[in-house]
Design a protein around this ligand. Structure first.
Ligand code: ADP
Ligand code: F6P
Length: 330
């Protein structure tokens, strides 16, 4: 293998730049030419890519977002779209492709594998909802961003004796809400994976209030829209809906904060920079070993690789021990 390419796709995540830097520099170290593709699969279909050098990935390890930019493309889901992408790679003699993104991006990588492209997936998403890896790039940074917000809101919640509902991202999954809520000492954590009864939650809030409790933090995963129901409709907020219901049921002053896109930015934590760097290096090594159709993951502290087809069939569960202990401690 002489030429490879790297792209970022789907929702960006802090630490993706560290992964790009690692793919480029590990590739160059091993005598490969490395192309950086702009705007994910949309850019791949358009042939929007440039040759990267050492300096092109300088000064990015500390930056969130992705220097390659990201995009979602409906066209790429079609055979015609995929053929366009394959033609662009073949025209440049690019044999290997590293895809940094979430499960949708992995489905894209899998479809390219079926056309003979040697693709390797690197899990990058603040949602941490990708199987076969304990952590995805960006999750740790997003947890710390959400935790910082929860901590600040807790300060003012105590002063005013209010109920504060905080909506956290995560798409359909509760990893981010559960981890940040647990670390933040939230009184209630509502996630799609665990059924809950809002009447019971409100009853506990009222009882706590009578005992003199000065604050009540409810962390809500955006994925509980419709309470364990379908994905959040665009532009709608489950946090505001829960806030309204809590206000009605408890008659307590209730405030709502939707954390939103701040969770996708901010300097990546040490963990995310190191994870991105390790994943990037391993992805290139796999290509050099002639492997394809695989994703890298971290299990314990070991970097492993798995068949993408196999990974996409697995489900990843939140750690219910977090939930159990959080309930006891709140
Ligand atoms: P994420 O990678 O963060 O989960 P998306 O689900 O939006 O984000 O997927 C990113 C892109 O991957 C999509 O816009 C599309 O181009 C591609 N993709 C998603 N699902 C498929 C699929 N089943 N087949 C081919 N490409 C897909
Ligand atoms: O997958 C990452 C994520 O931030 C989810 O937590 C969220 O539901 C979604 O992306 C938002 O997507 P978009 O960037 O398209 O608004």
């Amino acid at each position: 293998m002489k030429r490879i390419a790297v792209l970022t796709s789907g929702g960006d995540a802090p630490g993706m730049n560290a992964a790009i830097r690692s793919v480029v520099r590990t590739g160059l170290h091993n005598g490969l030419e490395v192309f950086g593709v702009s705007r994910g699969y949309a850019g791949l279909m358009a042939g929007d890519m440039v040759l990267m050098d050492q300096r092109s990935v300088g000064d990015i390890i500390q930056r969130a977002g992705t220097i390659l930019r990201s995009a979602r493309s409906e066209e790429f889901k079609t055979e015609e779209g995929q053929k366009k992408a394959v033609e662009q790679l073949e025209a440049r003699g690019i044999e290997g492709l590293v895809v940094i993104g979430g499960d949708g991006s992995f489905r894209g990588a899998r479809s390219l594998s079926k056309w003979g492209v040697k693709a390797i997936g690197i899990p990058g998403s603040i949602d941490n909802d990708i199987p076969c890896t304990d952590y995805t790039i960006g999750f740790d940074t997003a947890v710390n961003t959400a935790l910082d917000a929860i901590t600040k809101i807790r300060d003012t919640a105590s002063s005013h004796g209010r109920v504060n509902v905080i909506e956290v991202m995560g798409r359909r999954a509760g990893f981010l809400a559960l981890t940040a809520g647990f670390a933040g000492g939230a009184e209630h954590i509502l996630i799609p994976e665990v059924p809950f009864d809002l009447d019971e939650v409100c009853q506990k809030i009222i009882e706590g209030y009578k005992r003199g409790k000065t604050h009540n933090i409810i962390v809500v995963a955006e994925g509980v829209w419709g309470y364990q129901g379908p994905e959040r409709p665009a532009g709608e907020s489950v946090g505001f809906r829960i806030g309204e219901l809590v206000r009605e049921k408890t008659r307590l002053e209730t405030r709502v904060t939707v954390l939103g896109y701040i969770q996708r930015g901010g300097a990546p934590t040490a963990l995310d920079r190191i994870l991105g760097s390790r994943f990037g290096a391993r992805a290139v090594e796999l290509l050099l070993e002639g492997k394809a159709g695989r994703m890298v993951g971290i299990i314990g502290d070991q970097i492993k690789d798995f068949d993408i087809d196999y990974a996409l069939e697995q489900t990843k569960n939140v750690n219910l021990d977090y939930y159990r202990i959080a309930r006891i401690l709140s």
